[in-house]
Write a protein that binds this ligand. Sequence first.
Ligand SMILES: N#Cc1ccc(Nc2nc(N)cc(-n3cnc(CCO)c3)n2)cc1
Length: 285
Amino acid sequence: QFHMIRHEDLVWGESLGQGSFTHVYRGAKKDQRDTETHTTEVLLKVLDAEHKNSWESFFEAASLMSQISHKHLLLVYGVSVHKSKNVMVQEFVKHGALDLYLKRSAVSLSWKLDVAKQLACTLNFLEEKNIVHGNICAKNLLLAREGDPNSDTSPFIKLSDPGIGVALLGKEVVLDRIPWVAPEVLETLELGQQCDKWSFGATLWEIFNGGEVPLHRLDPIQKQQFYECHSQLPCLEWTELADLISQCMQYQPELRPSSRAIIRHLNSLITSDYEILHASGTLPE
Ligand SMILES: N#Cc1ccc(Nc2nc(N)cc(-n3cnc(CCO)c3)n2)cc1
């Protein structure tokens, strides 16, 4: 169901970090188009050797991304299997993972709302295709275009592949995904229809908190208690935004808003005067 890329057509660059059971590297792939050979900059996502029995789930995630195409879904060029190396070859997205970008860049309120709306539209696209991503978080949002207030260009994000399925990750790895993983997924280790809405709420919190990691002070036990006590993330000062986050992060999955309702709510935030009033400092701090 996807293109097989020859090992000898891949060039390996520096390590860029890791995901669950995977490592990512900068790289390039050579394409023989007629006579001259082009090279395309790529991101090489490698399944750790000790988890090579998860290769089906690893490639299933990749094939999910290559079966459907959408402007905000990461492009997967194909896979390369050579000896015990399982590699997913994906488009190299210029500015990398959003969580790191938010930590080191100051961005405007309208920039954040624009990114939030792009993610909401992508969730709507997946919901209409009855597809559950299962791993929505700022680390899995990639920034293709920074957007520049001076030249009035807006940011552009791409949603990365979901990675290894929760069923194969094991409870302790999934525990570490609190507060992004929906409570019912932690219970059943199965993805439900409404779980992406919960994760969307946690990702909104990251976007509007400068990339701060939610609950980063809690250890796994305290994280588990956070769910057992039906706790909510710390409130943001913008109450209408805080309301959207708490609607998405309802412990009862069926009470979470549809992706269309989320888009409507975001549109009302975008047209609200909060940004102007906030910028002019007339809002109570
Ligand atoms: N400095 C810098 C810099 C780093 C990376 C990119 N580009 C890129 N493209 C992708 N397709 C995926 C990722 N990526 C990054 N971290 C993960 C693991 C967690 O998701 C995935 N990065 C661009 C610039």
